[in-house]
Design a protein around this ligand. Structure first.
Ligand SMILES: Nc1ncnc2c1ncn2[C@@H]1O[C@H](COP(=O)(O)OP(=O)(O)OP(=O)(O)O)[C@@H](O)[C@H]1O
Length: 310
């Protein structure tokens, strides 16, 4: 397990990370989400040792992070950083050589990875000749070349088409299944929601929520209900304590506290056939909005942290 405890960081006297604490578990995909300037990249750079923390500690499997441990980390930085004019096959082979692979092993590793990422036909093309999405795939290959024990990826899905997202996801899942820690940031909440077992939400340099995705969905956001009826359900709009989100003649989606929702069900049963009554868990974008809106509206920094680490 990778664990951050009370990480702070300032730039020119301005603190941008305030006591950031969270953990990322081996075998799981952990999503790191937050608005622009929330502190994701700074946190990832600190994990990688590219930046120093002002205070706080990071441990891997309960041991303080050392240089040998970090050499087993794979990193896809936000600034990317491969050689535009070098052929991608040579480039990945070269990186594998830097990690100690023999010439033959490095070439095999590079070929295998590029094939996995759908780039077989491009091995002899320079990076700059590839589309942005394909360059992104090469960046993923570069982060994975030495079979890392911990994988830190800054926005690995930005600019990828849905097929490429799926290819990268399947490679990340393989790494996690092999026991790696996989932590990635993303603004694509739908992708994060689909992929991640665990989530960390950061806002304004503070961890606002962290935990299992399903647990966060169950605990936060407004519960909505779907009601299906045999007759016109227009009356639900007038029911006290109910806010209708979506309506078609025999189906209505509404927000309500539990009591009001129960009254709606009772009334629907009284009026006739109920074909469906289902509570709908909030999606990640709703939870994200709830936390970030609270964080930015709050006057006291301490009230930002609604729920912390497990
Ligand atoms: N080198 C730096 N010098 C000064 N301020 C910095 C530096 N790097 C980051 N910051 C500040 O730290 C804060 C967090 O930035 P960071 O890049 O970590 O956010 P982020 O969550 O990755 O944002 P985004 O989603 O926009 O990439 C911002 O206010 C940013 O301006």
């Amino acid at each position: 397990m990778l664990e951050l405890q009370n990480i702070c960081r300032s730039f020119s006297g301005r603190e941008v990370l305030h006591d950031v604490s969270f953990s990322a578990t081996r075998g799981q995909l952990t999503g790191f989400v937050g608005g622009n300037g929330a502190g994701k990249t700074t946190t990832m750079r600190i994990i990688m040792g590219v930046l120093a923390a002002s205070s706080g500690t990071i441990t891997l499997d309960s041991a303080p992070l050392s240089s040998p441990a970090r050499s087993r980390f794979g990193y896809m930085p936000s600034e990317r950083g491969l050689y535009p004019k070098m052929k991608i096959g040579e480039q990945i082979t070269y990186l594998a050589r830097l990690h100690g692979y023999s010439k033959g092993q490095a070439a095999v590793r590079a070929e295998g990875l590029l094939e996995r990422l759908g780039l077989t036909g491009r091995i002899n093309d320079p990076l700059e000749a590839l589309s942005m999405g394909n360059q992104q795939r090469v960046q993923v290959a570069a982060a994975l070349v030495h079979e890392p024990d911990v994988l830190i990826l800054d926005e690995p899905f930005s600019g990828l088409d849905p097929l490429a997202v799926d290819e990268v996801v399947s490679v990340l899942n393989e790494q996690a299944s092999a026991g790696a820690v996989v932590l990635f940031s993303s603004h694509q909440l739908d992708v994060v929601e689909r992929l991640c077992d665990d989530l960390i939400i950061i806002g304004d340099g503070r961890v606002l929520a962290a935990g299992e995705r399903e647990e966060l969905r169950t605990r936060h956001g407004t519960l909505r209900y779907e009601l299906g009826t045999g007759s016109d359900a227009g009356w639900v709009r007038q029911h006290p304590g109910v806010e209708v989100d979506d309506f078609s003649a025999h189906r209505v989606i509404f927000r309500a506290e539990t009591d009001a929702a129960q009254q709606v069900l009772t009334e629907a049963l009284r009026r006739g056939e109920v074909t469906n009554f289902t509570p709908l868990l909030p999606d990640l974008s709703e939870i994200f909005r709830e936390f970030t809106t609270d964080a930015y509206n709050s006057e006291s920094p301490d009230t930002h942290v609604k729920e912390l680490q497990r």
